[in-house]
Write a protein that binds this ligand. Structure first.
Ligand SMILES: *Cc1c(COP(=O)(O)O)cnc(C)c1O
Length: 424
């Protein structure tokens, strides 16, 4: 569900017509809907809160890497959402957006000593340790500060899942997490250190997962390991269940509901008396954003191929080039006439700068506005200035009001960042 609807034939973001926005801000531009973010967070928070016995005082920590805009984070923080972070930069963003440190989880496969020190200094809720060597470094950093941070061991349950091989993280050969058969010994070792407090286990097996089965298998693995650790006299009070639940990019209606997801987690954790944590990224943000773009021209070839050349490129929305992702493209105000097939391409000098082939659309002309739907997660965060195109701006809508929440840099600003070497 989202709050991008047609009023008198033209697409709006909540109460704001996208045609008017494009006129003011220019294109390409990301546009986010507060009502959609709020709705998605509320659905998950309510679903989780309806199982207090099994899930405890569960933390919902938004995966900041999905959409790290400060106003998006502040919107979620005001609702009580925490943050799952993977770098010092993301921790700084979460703090600046108003997320309290005790609702910030620090994950990631390659945290530097400096980042670990920073996380300890600001007092994050928990550091998710992903390898034995990282545990050693964390203990050394904590010892140098006389600190004892709460940690969880991220387990790789050898259950990979997700919408594409390139967004799977829980498979046996993936770089993420500690193999299940090593996790027990690592947890025991951490428990012996005066400079780490192991509080639990974590997993995150992939992204855009469209069935509950792999998630349930992973949660069951965490449950089994919790019982083993407790049998060995170790304390386990938190289970971090990661993110990964998929969203209906194609308008699919057969995805697991948020309620079914929370109920499944509650069933698996029942009786363990742990505090659960959830780390949704895509689930909260994907359908809360669109990428607004304008048609530069329509190239009709002699062989019948028709290219819709857009002013948005792979540098603005990389998901199709990176992992063949599907985004629905809709005209903001569709023209009358027979639909036709178009290849959707950007202006970048790369053959991967193609969003889709053979999309059936109403007749399109130069100057028409279009919206890539479902672009609120892993969209703007992956954007670059490739081809020296100023970084795509972001707009947040809330009812009838809107604000530019990341400005499009001017060409001068872009060039000023590069001081000339003094010998040139
Ligand atoms: C990316 C990531 C998430 C969020 O994944 P989604 O598929 O966007 O829900 C959660 N936890 C960790 C550790 C991640 O790396």
């Amino acid at each position: 569900m989202h709050h991008f609807d047609r009023i008198d034939g033209a697409l709006q973001a909540e109460g704001v017509p996208l045609e008017a926005l494009a006129g003011e801000v220019g294109t390409p531009a990301y546009v986010y809907s507060t009502a959609t973010l709020t709705r998605h967070y509320g659905l998950l928070a309510d679903a989780v809160a309806s199982h207090p016995a099994a899930l405890g005082e569960a933390l919902i920590a938004f995966a900041v890497k999905a959409n790290s805009n400060l106003s998006v984070l502040a919107t979620l923080a005001r609702l009580g959402c925490g943050a799952d972070t993977v770098s010092e930069g993301e921790i700084r963003r979460a703090l600046k957006a108003g997320v309290s440190a005790n609702r910030i989880v620090f994950s990631g496969v390659g945290k530097t000593d400096a980042e670990l020190a920073f996380a300890i200094d600001v007092g994050v809720r928990q550091i998710n340790v992903e390898s034995a060597v990282e545990l050693d470094r964390l203990i050394a950093v904590a010892a140098s500060k006389g600190a004892t941070p709460d940690i969880a061991i991220r387990v790789n349950p050898k259950i990979g899942a997700g919408g594409h091989a390139r967004i799977t993280t829980g498979g046996a050969t993936d770089k993420f997490g500690v193999p299940a058969d090593e996790a027990h010994a690592l947890y025991a070792r951490a428990s012996l250190s005066p400079h780490a407090t192991p509080v639990g286990l974590a997993c995150h097996i992939g992204s855009q997962i469209t069935s509950l089965e792999p998630l349930e298998a992973a949660f069951r693995a965490l449950r089994a390991m919790t019982l083993e650790l407790r049998a060995a006299g170790l304390s386990v009070t938190r289970l971090d269940l990661g993110g990964g639940l998929g969203v209906p990019y194609h308008g699919q209606s057969d995805l697991p509901s948020i309620e079914a997801y929370a109920a499944m987690a509650a069933r698996v954790l029942d009786g363990l008396e742990v505090e659960a944590a959830f780390e949704p990224g895509r689930l909260l943000a994907a359908n809360a954003g669109v990428l607004l773009s304008r048609v530069i021209q329509v190239n009709e070839r002699g062989d019948g191929r028709r290219f819709l050349v857009l002013d948005a490129g792979m540098n603005d929305l990389m998901r199709p080039a990176l992992y063949d992702a599907f985004h629905d493209l809709v005209p903001v105000r569709p023209r009358e006439g027979e639909p036709r097939l178009y290849d959707l391409v950007g202006p970048i000098c790369e053959s991967t700068d193609i969003f889709a082939r053979d999309r059936m659309l109403p007749p399109m002309q130069a100057g028409d506005l279009v919206a890539f739907m479902g672009a609120g997660a892993y969209g703007a965060v992956l954007a670059s200035e490739y081809n020296s195109r100023p970084l795509v701006p972001e707009v947040l809508v809330d009812g009838d009001r809107w604000a530019v929440v990341r400005r499009r840099p001017t060409y001068e600003e872009m060039l000023e960042r590069e001081p000339r070497a003094d010998w040139l």
